[in-house]
Design a protein around this ligand. Structure first.
Ligand SMILES: *Cc1c(COP(=O)(O)O)cnc(C)c1O
Length: 401
C-alpha cells in the first residue's frame, strides 16, 4: 500500500507541475465590487453576485431577524426535527416567483442537482446531458447509475440522434439535462428547440438556471420565463447563491415532483437544513429581484455588459447574447494563471479557470460583471485586458464544443 503522505504529496506535485494547483485566498472584506485580500484592495470581477445583493442591507436585515427569531442552527434534517418556518416561507416564495406549483430548497445548488437527478433516474433509465454541464449534474447522473449520454454542446442534431437511439432502448425514463446560461462560457442553450425535441420523444427536461435566475425574463425568473417555457419544463433547478445573493439551491416544479423529492432525494433527506438566516436571506433576495430596485439593478448590469462587449470588440470574442459571464480563452493552463496574476498586480481580480472546470487546453479568464460595477471599473479592466493581449499575443476566439 502506498504511504499516505508520499502518495498525496506526489499528486500535489503533479498538479503544480501542470499549472493546475489551486489555493484559497482569504478575503477580509464582504463580497462586492471591491474586495480586500491581505489588506490590499482589488476590483472584483470574479463573483456570481450579479445584482450586488450579497452584502445589501435588505438581505442582511432579513438574516439578522431570522437569527433572532429562530436561532443560529436548524437542529437536524427537516424530516426529522420539523421544518422551520423560514424554509417553508422560502419555498412558498420560490414557487410564487417561478410560477410553479411547488418548490424545494436544498443547502446548495450542487446538492439540489446531484440529489434530484439521483432520485429521478436509476439504472434502467437514460440521462442525456450537454457536454458542458456543471459537475453537480455529471456527478448526479453517475451516482444514479442511469446510462449517461453526452450531446455536443448546444448541438440539436447530436441531441436528436441520442434521443432516436433512446427510443429504441428498453422502456425507461429519459431525462435531458442542460443549463440555460452556461457557467464558464456565458452562452445560452437553444431551450425552445430542446423542449420541442423532448416533447417529440416523450423525454423529460431538467434545466439548470444557476446563471439565469434573477436576470432574464419580464419578472427576472430566468431564461425559461423569457422564452415562455415554464409549463413545458418538468424540473427547474437553480441556486440561491448567485443573483439571489444568499446561499442554497432549489428545485421548482409540480407538487408531485416536490413530494417525490422530499421522499427520495438523499441529499435533501440526509442533511441538516440550512440555518434559518440563510433561508431568510434567500427569501429577501427573491423579493429584491422581483422589486423595482431589482429591475434597476438588472438594467445597470446589462449596461455594463454591453459596455464591456463594445470595449472588447476585436480583442476577444465575447458571447453575443447578453450575459454577465465573459470568458477570455487563453488555452494554456499556466498562461491563464499568469494572466490572472498579472491582472491582480494591477488590482483587478479576474480568476483563471482551468481543467477540470473546463476542458484541458481551454483555460481562460472568467470575468463576471455585477450591477455595482461602474463605467470606470469596466473601462479600467478592459484597458488591462488590452495590455494583457499585447503581452500574450492573442486570445483564442472559439469555445470548445
Ligand atoms: C454554481 C452552480 C451550481 C451549484 O450551485 P451552488 O449553490 O453554488 O452549489 C450548479 N450549476 C451551475 C451551472 C452552477 O454554475
Amino acid at each position: 500500500m502506498p504511504n499516505f503522505d508520499e502518495s498525496i504529496a506526489s499528486d500535489l506535485e503533479a498538479l503544480r507541475a501542470s499549472g493546475l494547483w489551486r489555493e484559497l485566498r482569504t478575503v477580509d472584506s464582504p463580497q462586492g465590487r471591491e474586495i480586500s485580500i491581505g489588506g490590499e484592495h482589488f476590483l472584483n470581477f470574479s463573483s456570481n453576485d450579479y445584482l450586488g445583493l450579497a452584502n445589501s442591507e435588505g438581505l442582511k436585515e432579513a438574516s439578522v431577524k431570522a437569527l433572532q427569531d429562530f436561532g443560529s442552527g436548524s437542529g437536524a434534517s427537516r424530516l426529522i426535527c420539523g421544518s422551520l418556518k423560514p424554509h417553508s416561507d422560502l419555498e412558498q416564495r420560490l414557487a410564487e416567483f417561478k410560477g410553479t406549483e411547488a418548490a424545494l430548497s436544498y443547502s446548495s445548488g450542487f446538492l439540489a442537482s446531484f440529489g434530484s437527478i439521483q432520485a429521478l433516474v436509476g439504472p434502467n433509465d437514460i440521462s442525456v446531458i450537454d457536454k458542458l454541464v456543471h459537475a453537480s449534474i455529471v456527478d448526479g447522473v453517475r451516482l444514479s447509475g442511469a446510462k449517461m449520454r453526452i450531446f455536443k454542446h448546444n448541438d440539436l442534431n447530436s441531441l436528436s440522434e441520442i434521443l432516436w437511439w433512446a427510443d429504441r432502448q428498453p422502456k425507461g425514463r429519459v431525462l435531458i439535462i442542460t443549463e440555460s446560461i452556461f457557467s464558464m462560457d456565458g452562452d445560452r442553450a437553444p431551450l425552445r428547440e430542446i423542449v420541442e425535441l423532448k416533447e417529440k420523444h416523450g423525454a423529460w427536461l431538467m434545466v439548470d438556471e444557476a446563471h439565469g435566475t434573477g436576470l432574464y425574463g419580464q419578472h427576472r425568473r430566468g431564461v425559461i420565463e423569457e422564452l415562455g417555457l415554464s409549463e413545458r419544463v418538468e424540473v427547474q433547478m437553480g441556486t440561491l447563491g448567485k443573483a439571489i445573493g444568499a446561499a442554497g439551491g432549489y428545485i421548482c416544479g409540480s407538487r408531485n415532483l416536490i413530494d417525490y423529492l422530499i421522499n427520495k432525494a438523499r441529499s435533501f433527506i440526509f442533511s441538516t437544513a440550512p440555518v434559518p438566516a440563510s433561508a431568510a436571506a434567500a427569501c429577501a433576495g427573491i423579493d429584491m429581484v422581483r422589486s423595482k430596485d431589482g429591475e434597476r439593478r438588472c438594467g445597470r448590469l446589462w449596461l455594463r455588459v454591453r459596455q464591456l462587449q463594445e470595449e472588447m470588440t476585436g480583442i476577444s470574442q465575447t458571447t453575443q447574447s447578453l450575459s454577465a459571464i465573459n470568458p477570455i480563452i487563453i488555452g494554456s493552463e499556466q498562461m491563464a494563471v499568469d494572466a490572472s496574476a498579472l491582472l491582480r498586480q494591477n488590482h483587478c481580480f479576474v480568476p483563471a479557470i482551468r481543467y477540470p472546470t473546463v476542458a484541458r487546453g481551454t483555460a481562460r479568464l472568467r470575468l463576471t460583471l455585477s450591477a455595482d460595477h461602474t463605467k470606470n471599473d469596466v473601462q479600467l479592466v478592459a484597458g488591462e485586458l488590452r495590455e494583457l493581449r499585447r503581452l500574450v499575443g492573442s486570445f483564442k476566439p472559439t469555445i470548445e464544443k
